[in-house]
Design a protein around this ligand. Structure first.
Ligand SMILES: *Cc1c(COP(=O)(O)O)cnc(C)c1O
Length: 232
């Protein structure tokens, strides 16, 4: 289903207001948080409508779906972020099509992305995904493996290490939720202390962007609150 242009405009306005209010409460500037519109499962027309409403950054989880969509739109003003699990047989397409990858969790994958990034393009902007809530089933590097991974990624010529990303397990326990976001912020601070030039905390989605902003999120990844419920 394609949400109407007017619905998209209204939803984007609402989400931007939520971000602005959260920034105000956190004592942060509203432009310190980038809104990433997660367009997975929605067609190119929905992205076009959101772009016409002023949205620039889009996130996709599935390599082929994202590559098809950005190819159809062929709009150099849009910025595409890959936020899904990275399989090694898909790294080439990701390296060629996207400007950002939020979900690097292994050195081997990072190395492939760097090797496959076209030298004519700017370096790929990379966040390391961290398994912040510690479930065995969750993706992301273990928190204590992040420093080694960051060292390796920082050396890769076609990647630019920007920061950390997490998808904490949903919880209604607000204190626990805040503590997980805070943990990611503390890890980013540790990377800075170790000399890494990092500035990005990709955390917070439709349901929890306020809590993430309170703990320092610089990119919130929002799907449902912009495009509506996914049918999948
Ligand atoms: C789908 C997805 C989102 C968006 O989630 P919503 O709850 O729809 O806002 C954000 N981040 C990742 C990694 C996702 O896969």
């Amino acid at each position: 289903m394609v949400p109407s242009t007017s619905a998209l405009q209204a939803n984007l306005l609402t989400v931007r207001e939520r971000i602005a209010r959260a920034c105000e409460r956190a004592g942060r500037r509203p432009d310190s948080v980038l809104l990433l519109a997660v367009s997975k499962t929605f067609p190119a027309e929905a992205v076009r409508a959101a772009a016409d409403a002023g949205q620039r950054d889009f996130g996709e989880n599935y390599v082929q779906e994202g590559a098809d969509k950005l190819g159809l739109l062929a709009d150099p003003a849009l910025v595409w972020h890959f936020i899904g699990p990275v399989q090694s047989n898909k790294t080439r397409t990701i390296a060629q099509c996207f400007q950002w990858v939020h979900t690097v969790e292994r050195e081997k994958i990072a190395r492939r992305l760097s090797e496959q990034r076209d030298p004519g393009l700017p370096p790929l902007e990379v966040c390391l995904e961290v398994n912040i809530s510690g479930e065995a089933s969750k993706s992301g590097a273990a928190p204590d493996g992040v420093f080694e991974l960051a060292e390796a990624v920082a050396q890769m010529p076609r990647l630019r290490l920007r920061g950390l990303m997490a998808i904490p397990e949903p919880t209604s326990d607000e204190a626990l939720q805040g503590a997980r976001f805070a943990r990611l912020r503390e890890l980013l601070e540790s990377l800075k202390r170790r000399g890494h030039d990092v500035d990005t905390l990709s955390m917070g989605m439709s349901a929890d962007l306020e809590a993430a902003i309170m703990e320092g999120a610089t990119i919130v990844r929002v799907g449902t609150a912009i495009f509506g419920e996914r049918r999948v």
